[in-house]
Design a protein around this ligand. Sequence first.
Ligand code: AMP
Length: 215
Amino acid sequence: MLGPPGAGKGTQASAMARRWGMAHISSGDLLRDNVREDTGLGRRARPYMERGELVPDQLILDMMAERMAQPDARAGFVLDGFPRTVAQAEALDGLLHRTRQELDGVIYLGVPEEEILRRLSGRLTCPQCHTIYQVDTMPPKVKGTCDKCGSALEQRGDEQPEVVRKRLRVYEEQTAPLLAYYQSKGLLREIDGTIGVERVLEAISRLVQGAREAV
Ligand code: AMP
């Protein structure tokens, strides 16, 4: 899944994983778990995350390679938040090649900047099960509480306005070049990320179905 922060990658990746029995692998969730558990990786990644900058590629690549080797990823996986640089995309190609796997497709969710700022300012995340809410458009049933696991919802530390602006600049400079990278490989499919959660999922389903029928 490609797209700026707040485009809906996490929401859609989690729905896709449920629908097709795949693993949802979110680099941001894995990093936040490491920060919370105060692991060596978490301690190294945290300052970058707090500033809205990218964590160095090598830390991410080791973490992702380990996660992608877990048993639940054998039936396939949706990558969310990774790769985020051309160097990461090239490393992912190498990793998939070594494990005799292939990327079936890259879905780009496009959302304009003012909509992103609005969405992120009202985003709440469950620290336990990683479900994402939005106070106006996808509120929890009980205020401040996760519908799925009952944990208290939090606003992410990197969703203060100045950090969000930094993350958007980092996206434009370092991640947007991936669009051309995957376009040139014929893998990129674009979906308008503003048409609503259900309609985006329908559009993704049509793409996934088409890819499966082509196999
Ligand atoms: P996300 O939850 O995807 O918005 O990621 C939150 C933060 O984690 C980012 O702002 C980065 O600091 C870091 N991060 C997540 N994924 C990556 C990645 N693939 N490469 C580098 N840093 C990442």
